[in-house]
Design a protein around this ligand. Structure first.
Ligand code: 5GP
Ligand code: ZN
Length: 117
């Protein structure tokens, strides 16, 4: 089910252009328009799920397919090391209310409490 008012549903439908990097029956992936790493892709389910809070037994197959798609993409593009991020909720940094996983690579990344606000 798609949401006609949702930005990423419009991108999946091709109503808004995007730089596609991967697609199958469940998953669409495209370049983030405002990358914060040399490689920065967004993987989204081809159904409208607002956020990680709404993942359940009926739709979790989409999440599994997204992680398969990320692994395939990494293999195809020979990306050996990468970070997968999901922001859930406004305080965590979610700005588009359609579930998405950031795949980022190409730079040495920090970790630890100082990487949080
Ligand atoms: P969030 O902040 O919700 O975790 O991530 C949303 C991401 O979507 C941001 O990194 C932002 O740059 C990206 N984004 C927002 N609008 C567009 C768009 O129209 N096209 C593309 N390709 N990325 C977008
Ligand atoms: Zn949507």
């Amino acid at each position: 089910m798609m949401d006609k008012d949702c930005l990423f549903c419009k991108i999946i439908a091709g109503e808004i252009p995007s730089a596609k990097v991967y697609e199958d029956d469940y998953v669409y992936a495209f370049k983030d328009v405002n990358p914060i790493a040399p490689t920065h892709y967004l993987f989204v389910p081809k159904t409208h799920i607002c956020c990680a809070k709404k993942i359940n037994a009926e739709n979790s197959q989409y999440v599994a397919k997204i992680f398969e798609a990320i692994a395939k993409t990494a293999e195809t593009e020979k990306i050996d090391s990468y970070r997968i991020i999901n922001n859930c909720g406004e305080e965590a940094g979610q700005s588009v209310m359609h579930l998405h996983f950031h795949m980022m690579a190409g730079v040495k990344m920090g970790w630890g409490k100082h990487s949080l606000g």
